[in-house]
Design a protein around this ligand. Structure first.
Ligand code: S5P
Length: 449
């Protein structure tokens, strides 16, 4: 205990915890701020800390050590040097050349990897790191954390089956600093009342559709239709003839919010078909959504959008576009609603964390983008559409990867699911559409709790 207290007091002198008023990444005002990076400037303390972290786990079971970037990297390195357990390095983003791997170092599939984290709050960044490490075929069973801010992160990880060991909790830190007169009673009271007010369960809460900050009229319209129909379903009508398309639209139209099309796969595309489709959409109260995935400079996209055989500008409510050509390239679609392709569902997609962040930046800057296609939570000023949803299949042999409605509403806070083959290839598309509508709406309602 004495050694632990001594260590904390020394670390305090290095400035790892500061008291005052700090705005956190989440926008919350916090009376304290923790940053363990200064520890790396004191080799002696870094060694002590790493030694203490190693004591928390059974060293014999370890095959690899990996630190969550960046603050835990020097800790993980020092632990590796002391224990002789090899280190692997997780990148924050893909470097875009060379091996393009997210993990660097020598490892084999199936090896057990200890994760090291500096501070755990909600556990979100740890969950992301675990996902990426597991994606490489490694096993994660144990996680060591220097400081637990006691805001639900440990519970979240334990619920997923991971063993988490922590060196300090924030309450312990406050008590030790008080005991040694680094904090007075008034400061302790302020910090503790802040900690008590912060919920211990994960703080993530999803926003109801009606409370989303969506300004674009097509986005508002989608929300209104969803609430009227109790449906979060976008059906992807990837059929190749106008007869099949119109039949499907007629049959499932009253269960969906939008019908997503790939017009260029329809062998007999005609304006009569468009007229008929529009009249079905009006009658059955759904929107027409062309999944063209534009990906060119603004001028070319404008021509592709307004000219040619399809003249989408004349008849669709919304279209998909990649953000790859930058914000200005997306303005050419105004006033049609744009759904930005931020992340793809397929195996091996190049949309890594770096791409997704940059792509969301472009999407948020573009006034006519009201939604994003992604496999993760996005901010409340965009609606989130998630494709790759299927109740029965895990994927196809062309790289598609499927998840269930429950998973995407719960984990990503998806607003609308996109379902293709799950519906149009079903024995009875009407029954299937009703099943996806019902399960989707129930999963959405559950995710609000
Ligand atoms: O990342 C993506 C983005 C889209 S828009 N992954 C996708 O699968 N899509 C589209 O969603 C895809 O083009 C197809 O039209 C639909 C999924 O179809 P399914 O048959 O696999 O459900």
């Amino acid at each position: 205990m004495q050694a632990k207290e001594d260590f904390l007091l020394k670390a305090y002198e290095l400035g790892i915890i500061k008291f005052g008023s700090f705005t956190l990444k989440s926008g919350i005002e916090s009376p304290f701020y923790v940053d363990l990076r200064p520890l790396a400037s004191s080799p002696h303390h870094l060694k002590t800390l790493s030694h203490n972290l190693l004591q928390l786990v059974d060293e014999k079971s370890l095959e690899l050590i990996c630190g969550v970037p960046y603050a835990a990297l020097p800790m993980a390195t020092t632990m590796s040097l002391e224990s002789g357990v090899p280190l692997i390095i997780k990148r924050k983003e893909n470097k875009g050349y060379g091996t393009k791997r997210m993990l660097e170092g020598v490892y084999q599939k199936g090896q057990n990897c200890l994760l090291v984290e500096d501070v755990i709050t909600s556990g979100k960044s740890l969950v992301e790191t675990i996902d990426e490490v597991e994606k490489e075929g490694l096993k994660v069973t144990d996680i060591v954390v220097v400081l637990d801010r006691e805001q639900g992160g440990i519970e979240r990880l334990e619920k997923k089956g991971y063993r988490v060991s922590t060196l300090f909790t924030i309450n312990e830190v406050i008590d030790i600093l008080h005991k040694y007169h680094r904090l007075d009673a008034e400061e302790v009271k302020e910090v503790k009342s802040f900690l008590n007010e912060s919920p211990t369960a994960p703080t993530r809460k999803r926003t109801r559709l009606e409370d989303k900050e969506i300004q674009h009229p097509v986005g508002r319209n989608m929300i209104d239709i969803a609430l009227r129909k109790k449906s979060n379903l976008i059906a992807s009508a990837d059929v190749v003839s106008s007869m099949e398309l119109l039949k499907l639209a007629n049959e499932i139209g009253d269960k969906i919010v939008a019908l997503k099309l790939h017009s260029d796969i329809i062998v007999d595309f005609t304006w009569d078909m468009v007229t008929e489709l529009r009249s079905i959409a009006r009658e059955k109260d759904f929107l027409l959504f062309e999944d063209r995935k534009f990906a060119d400079i603004g001028n070319t996209q404008e021509l592709q959008f307004k000219q040619g055989i399809y003249r989408f500008a004349d008849w669709v409510d919304m279209i998909t576009a990649h953000t790859i050509a930058g914000e200005k390239s997306l303005r050419v679609f105004e006033p049609t609603g744009v759904v930005a392709i931020v992340e793809m569902s397929s195996e091996g997609t190049l949309t890594d964390n770096y791409y997704v962040t940059q792509s969301l930046n472009v999407a948020q800057k573009s006034p006519n983008v009201f939604a994003a296609v992604a496999q993760r939570q996005v901010s409340d000023d965009l609606l989130l559409f998630t494709p790759g949803v299927n109740l029965e299949m895990k994927g196809d042999n062309k790289g598609q990867q499927y998840k269930t409605p429950k998973k995407v509403f719960n984990d990503y806070f998806t607003d609308f699911i996109i379902v293709g083959r799950g519906i149009y290839k079903a024995n009875d598309p009407v029954v299937a559409a009703e099943e996806y509508r019902k399960q989707g709406w129930e999963a959405y309602q559950d995710s609000l709790k």
